[in-house]
Design a protein around this ligand. Structure first.
Ligand SMILES: [Zn+2]
Length: 253
C-alpha cells in the first residue's frame, strides 16, 4: 500500500465535488489515511433566482465549508465568478497557488469536455496549473506564496454531467471506484448545499437534488456490478505520473 497522499478535488462550483467524487474522497480518507482538500473556482454566485450574487456566494461558501468539514478537508475558493472562469493570467496564478497551498499529490478535476464551459475552463486551468505548480519560475503574486510542489501531481478527471460530452456522446471512463460503503457520507456532504435544492427546483424544474446524485452514482456502480460508484479518467500525457494511484491507495490497483 502506498504512503497516504494529499488529494485535492478542484472543481468549478460548490457542490460539483459532492456530486462527482466525494465518495472516492471519503474512501481515500477512511481507508488510506489521505488528507483531503476541496477547491472550487467560484463561490456559486449565480446559484439563486432571488438573492444577489454576493448574498448567495456567501451562503454557498459556508455550505462548501460545511461539506468539506465532514472529511476534515481544507476548502479553497479561487475567486472566480460563475460563467466568468477565464484562462487568464490572474486566474492561472490563483489556481497554481491553491495547488501549492494544498500540497496536492493527487488532483481530481472536472471533465475536459462537459455540458458547460465553467467545467471545461476549470478542467483546462487545473491541468495547466498542475503542470506549472512544481516549476520555480512560475510566481503567483500571492501575498504569502506557498512553496512550489515537489513534482507534477497525478491528475484525474471526474465524469461530465450524465456521462456525456456536449455533442451528447457517452464518455467512457477508465475506471470506477466502488463507493457503496460511503454513500451516506456523500449524501451528507451534498445535503450541506441546502440553497441549491431550492435553486434547482426553480431553474431546472427538478426537486431531486439528492436523488439525482444517487441515481447517477448507481448508474456508475452498474459498470462494476456494485450499488454505487464514481467514474474517472486519468491524464497520462508527458510529465504526468500514469500509475493509477487512486486504486493503489484503495488496495485495488
Ligand atoms: Zn458545476
Amino acid at each position: 500500500m502506498p504512503e497516504p497522499k494529499t488529494v485535492l478535488a478542484f472543481m468549478a462550483h460548490p457542490d460539483d465535488v459532492e456530486f462527482l467524487c466525494a465518495g472516492t474522497l471519503a474512501r481515500l480518507k477512511k481507508e488510506a489515511g489521505c488528507k483531503i482538500a476541496i477547491a472550487t473556482a467560484t463561490s456559486g454566485d449565480c446559484g439563486s433566482a432571488e438573492l444577489r450574487p454576493e448574498q448567495i456566494a456567501r451562503i454557498r461558501h459556508k455550505e462548501a465549508l460545511a461539506a468539506a468539514k465532514i472529511l476534515d478537508a481544507d476548502y479553497y475558493c479561487a475567486g472566480c465568478m460563475d460563467l466568468q472562469i477565464f484562462n487568464d493570467r490572474g486566474t492561472f496564478m490563483r489556481f497554481v497557488e491553491v495547488l501549492r497551498k494544498a500540497r496536492a499529490d493527487v488532483v481530481i478535476t472536472a471533465a475536459p469536455v462537459d455540458y458547460m464551459i465553467d467545467h471545461e475552463q476549470t478542467s483546462l486551468i487545473v491541468r495547466a496549473a498542475t503542470f506549472a505548480a512544481p516549476i520555480p519560475n512560475v510566481p503567483t503574486e500571492d501575498v504569502d506564496p506557498a512553496e512550489i510542489l515537489p513534482g507534477v501531481p497525478h491528475l484525474f478527471y471526474a465524469d461530465p454531467l450524465e456521462g456525456k460530452d456536449h455533442f451528447g456522446r457517452q464518455i467512457e471512463p477508465d475506471f470506477v471506484v466502488d463507493i457503496t460503503s460511503v454513500i451516506e457520507t456523500k449524501e451528507r456532504m451534498l445535503a450541506c448545499h441546502d440553497s441549491q435544492r431550492a435553486w434547482l427546483r426553480s431553474h431546472h424544474g427538478m426537486d431531486q437534488y439528492i436523488i439525482s446524485m444517487k441515481e447517477w452514482s448507481a448508474e456508475r456502480g452498474k459498470l462494476i456490478g456494485k450499488p454505487y460508484g464514481e467514474a474517472f479518467r486519468q491524464h497520462r500525457g508527458h510529465a504526468y505520473p500514469s500509475d493509477n494511484v487512486i486504486l493503489k491507495l484503495l488496495g485495488e490497483g
